[in-house]
Design a binder for this molecule. Structure first.
Ligand SMILES: C[S@@+](CC[C@H](N)C(=O)[O-])C[C@H]1O[C@@H](n2cnc3c(N)ncnc32)[C@H](O)[C@@H]1O
Length: 239
């Protein structure tokens, strides 16, 4: 990722906030963010109320510390896509972090839907599982601890929607592994977050737009909890 993207006039304020908050956490020896969010949710949210849990996480992200959740700007876009899916849809998510998007996805799908999430960081696995449990959605969300690239080949069945939201330089190679393992069916929707100018996901965008296996559409958005331009790529697998 090129550092200059974070120093553009449209991103400098956001980058400064990230730098200031990260430095403060380092100097004060703060616990990992997902565990802080877990404790904040347990203290402030209503147990068993997914929407309230999301709002409390939004509060943490705006008042205390930036969080790389999908957030309240792009959340409705994801909800709109889910309306195209059957109630018993299966979703694969790469990158759980604090469980925000797992909760949003599982809550929107309803009782029959299932979310399988893969998360590399142990603290994020612990925090996201706790938040999903607090929201009352543990029976619909399964969070695997491991790297996406190692975990994907062990997954079975196919997914109606894949949500790519881990490290951006893995989007293309992991999507290829997902395809190679037969985890998509014609009509599966692949949603890639953070493909806007800040993140420079050109290799991924070139792949889904030009490989001939997807109908791909770009939706303009802003980076969560900021006014920095961003985008989400929505690609429907042709088979
Ligand atoms: C942007 S955050 C995910 C946010 C979450 N989807 C949400 O909207 O609430 C990215 C997460 O991906 C995880 N991650 C990074 N590389 C990964 C990999 N190779 N496999 C699985 N998870 C990974 C990070 O630890 C981090 O928690």
């Amino acid at each position: 990722m090129q550092i200059w993207r974070f120093l553009m006039p449209s991103t400098i304020g956001f980058s400064f906030r990230m730098f200031r908050e990260t430095l403060f956490d380092r100097l004060t020896g703060a616990p990992p963010l997902p565990l802080r969010v877990r404790d904040f949710v347990a203290e402030h949210a209503r147990r068993g109320d997914p929407q309230d849990v999301l709002e409390i996480m939004d509060r943490f992200a705006t008042e205390i510390r930036f969080l790389m959740n999908i957030g309240p700007d792009k959340g409705p876009l994801v909800r709109e896509l889910l309306a195209r899916l059957p109630g018993n849809a299966r979703i694969l998510e790469l990158g759980a972090f604090c469980g925000y998007s797992s909760i949003l996805l599982a809550d929107t799908l309803g009782e029959e839907g299932r979310v399988v999430s893969v998360e590399l960081s142990g603290a994020a696995v612990e925090g996201s599982r706790a938040n999903v449990d607090f929201a009352g959605l543990s029976d619909r969300v399964e969070i695997h601890h491991g790297s996406s690239t190692n975990t994907i080949p062990n997954l079975e069945g196919s997914f109606d929607l894949v949500f790519l939201d881990h490290w951006k330089d893995l989007y293309k190679t992991d999507l290829e592994v997902i395809e190679a393992n037969g985890l998509l069916h014609p009509g599966s929707i692949v949603v890639a977050d953070n493909v806007g100018p800040l993140f420079g996901a050109t290799e991924y965008l070139d792949y889904v737009r030009n490989c001939g296996r997807y109908d791909s559409e770009n939706r303009v958005a802003t980076v969560e909890y900021s006014s920095v331009p961003d985008a989400v790529e929505i690609s429907v697998f042709r088979g």
